[in-house]
Design a protein around this ligand. Sequence first.
Ligand code: URA
Length: 187
Amino acid sequence: MEWKELQSQCMACTRCGLCQTRHHVVFGVGNPDADVMFIGEGPGEQEDLRGEPFVGPAGMLLDDMLSIIDLDRKTNCYIANIVKCRPPHNRDPEEAEQEACIGYLRSQVALVNPKIIVCLGRIAAKRLIDRDFRITRQHGQWIQKDGIWMMAIYHPSALLRDVGKRPETFDDLISLREKIRQLGARV
Ligand code: URA
């Protein structure tokens, strides 16, 4: 499927109940040819209002984290979420909502064809890396799945709540920079 078709299908989606309360579908942002993809959980309030992922407080922190390793949301990475519509009151997206939405993300991954996927937080890691993923124990660990290198880092919202987790995340970002270099990924 092509980008335009995928995006217009997603924009008109009514596959789960989240479509009833959304203001915008939050499809994704970035370079569709990027070698590095970041996957969050789902839109929050600001994202729902503006139609772009990670534009609220957590997103501002994410932009700072990316800039540490010379990444930028518009030019050299692609950012999307597991679910494209905001769960009310920012609750975790339900299993059925994730299931209804995951096909869009799979198509995005197929089109971007990244060398590296970084899961932002527990929900994305559980969905994409391992059902039993434990973010406290397994963040920063690399695995290769279907030819794509994957790891998870703490969600930027968790880093806003608990600054004590930031040094570990800094190490994970340095590890990401190393992986980008090792693979000769375009940034
Ligand atoms: N949190 C997410 O997981 N995704 C967003 O787009 C914003 C906040």
